[in-house]
Design a protein around this ligand. Structure first.
Ligand code: NDP
Length: 271
């Protein structure tokens, strides 16, 4: 019997994780099965426990269960602790080990795939929800010159900034006027609703990269705005998805997958 893994979420039918992990397993000759696990909204723990009882070795966790998976874990990695959310569960004997690979996924995509250094860069992070929280620590580890968090509800950005360290700056959108950044990451859910965060014009410095964590819906309003406002490069979140999956795969199997051909394949399938 191959080792069993799954992505748990609600909804989960759209998830590309089964395809990504099947490619990683083929590439690295790992004998595993990876499925989609739809959990009722109020039954995450029962669904995850049933999967473990059937011999499941690990889960990827997607919306809306990352917070519940954090509480479900009895051991947490540093990144899960900082994110207060878990996207990777590993079942080892009786232990439930929770990790969060979203931030490492973003940084690997930025630095390795897109060749855009975070070290020394002025970074603007839009949003103060779960996705933003999950990437702050890995971004800070790269030692950017600045990391500013802008959010529609300013208080939420302030609380988030305070929970990390002094020097992490919270801002409203309006007070960004006149400032420039080398990297602007959209971690809001605005793109899901085809909306644009209320960014002032002129925030993209020369050579800036505009990165939208959203993927699979064509050019988002944020990326269209960035293009018109002079951003030098645009990227969606598909690379982050593949990179966070590779980190989960490593946690489970101890083997590094080559992400480039998998990302290429997904882009071809989407085209
Ligand atoms: P949350 O619901 O936790 O947070 C949503 C955030 O978006 C809040 O800060 C909210 O602001 C802000 N927001 C929503 N609508 C608007 C708008 N119209 N204008 C400005 N700000 C807005 O969501 P998550 O943090 O969990 O997810 C955010 C996105 O990240 C999702 O779209 C998801 O697809 C993506 N994501 C991608 C991943 C990948 O691998 N590529 C991994 C994880 C997430 P306020 O506080 O004011 O309400």
């Amino acid at each position: 019997m191959p080792d069993r893994y799954a992505v748990i979420g609600n909804p989960v039918a759209h998830s590309k994780s089964p395809q990504i992990h099947a490619e990683f397993a083929r590439q690295t000759q790992q004998d595993l099965a990876y499925e989609r696990l739809l959990s009722p909204a109020n039954a995450f723990i029962a669904t995850a426990n049933a999967f473990r009882t059937r011999g499941g070795r690990g889960l990827n966790v997607t919306l809306p269960f990352k917070g519940e998976a954090f509480r479900y874990s009895d051991r947490l990695s540093e990144s899960a602790r900082a994110a207060q959310a878990v996207n990777t569960l590993k079942f080892e004997g009786d232990a439930i080990i929770g990790d969060n690979t979203d931030g490492a996924g973003l940084v690997n995509d930025l630095v390795r795939n897109l060749g855009h250094a975070v070290a020394g860069a002025r970074v603007l992070l839009l949003g103060a929800g779960g996705a933003a929280r999950g990437v702050i620590r890995p971004l800070l580890e790269q030692q950017p010159a600045q990391l500013v968090i802008a959010n529609r509800t300013l208080d939420k950005a302030r609380r988030l900034a305070q929970s990390f360290r002094d020097g992490l700056e919270a801002s409203s959108y309006a007070t960004l006027a006149g400032r420039q950044f080398d990297l602007v990451v959209n971690a809001t859910s605005a793109s899901l609703a085809r909306e644009l965060p209320p960014l002032p014009r002129g925030v993209f410095a020369r050579g800036a990269l505009a990165y939208d964590m959203m993927y699979g819906t064509g050019e988002t309003p944020f990326l269209a705005f960035a293009r018109a406002d002079g951003a030098a490069a645009l990227a969606d979140g598909l690379g982050m998805l593949v990179e966070q999956a590779a980190e989960s795969f490593f946690i489970w199997r101890g083997v590094r997958a080559n992400t480039a051909p998998v990302l290429k394949l997904l882009r071809q399938t989407a085209a």
